[in-house]
Design a protein around this ligand. Structure first.
Ligand code: MF3
Ligand code: CO
Ligand code: CO
Length: 247
């Protein structure tokens, strides 16, 4: 079921997205080598709560953190814990917050200290993939044009596109229809409508795109052990464009 949001709902989604945007800016200022991923999670948790919002991920299907914190070969759903961040790591921090019954969701991949040029390029291209994906996006655009553009940009740079996880609609629920893959055929899929709110979130690998989930049931890593990056924003489709709500 795809929900088209009315102006009142869009206002609430924007408020939740503003919290997420601010949390990620705050994390960007404080994250550094020597911190544990649990300490980063605590920053996220306390910031969200102080903003009068709720960390949607905490307890979601039993997830034990307020953010997913995914280091190097961890692609998504890293569980905050005792892992100490070190020079050269790339760290994805994925945050969803709920305010007044509506959600916002975004992710950034941070570079810790001196990161190799290859990994920096991966992080940069992953962000570019998002902006490629939303290029010319507006009401009427075929849904899979997004993935087509993301995939084309990632693969043109020699990187892999994760298939096992996708973007999604967002609103009252963190995950709503439709699924928004980061791969696809141009000109296919449903036509987007004004008032839809979707999360576009390229997950890009330095090597092969295949992933596996560890026995903890959450931590998802690349099968070949290569590094991965993740970049996500919540986006509102309008008649003449797409508004990024978490920037
Ligand atoms: N923020 C993630 C997404 O982009 C989902 C979080 S999974 C959770 O869809 F278990 F941590 F909640
Ligand atoms: Co997310
Ligand atoms: Co998401």
């Amino acid at each position: 079921m795809i929900y088209v949001k009315n102006p009142e709902e869009i206002g609430k989604i924007k408020a939740a997205c503003a919290v997420v945007r601010d949390v990620l800016a705050y994390v960007g200022k404080h994250i550094r080598a020597g911190m544990t991923t649990k300490e980063v999670d605590t920053l996220v948790h306390d910031y969200i709560v102080a903003d009068g919002a709720t960390p949607s991920s905490l307890g979601y299907y039993g997830f034990p953190g307020s953010a997913c914190i995914s280091v190097n070969e961890v692609v998504v759903h890293g569980i905050p814990g005792d892992l100490v961040l070190k020079d050269g790591d790339i760290v994805s921090v994925d945050v969803t917050a709920e305010k007044n019954g509506y959600n916002g969701d975004a992710c950034r991949t941070y570079c810790i200290g001196n990161v190799s040029p290859e990994r920096r390029k991966l992080v940069k291209v992953t962000e570019e993939c998002f902006f490629e994906g939303i290029r010319d996006l507006k009401a009427g655009t075929p849904l899979y044009d997004i993935g087509y553009r993301v995939q084309r940009h990632a693969e043109a740079n020699g990187f892999g596109v994760v298939r096992a996880f996708v973007g999604h609609g967002i609103g009252r629920e963190m995950h709503e229809d439709p699924s928004v893959p980061n791969y696809g055929r141009k000109g296919t899929g449903m036509r987007l409508k004004a008032g839809m709110t979707i999360c576009i979130e390229p997950m890009i690998t330095q090597g092969d795109w295949r992933v596996k989930t560890l026995p903890d049931g959450w931590t998802t890593v690349t099968q070949d052990g290569s590094a991965a990056a993740h970049y996500e924003n919540t986006v509102l489709i309008t008649e003449d464009g797409a508004e990024i709500l978490t920037l």
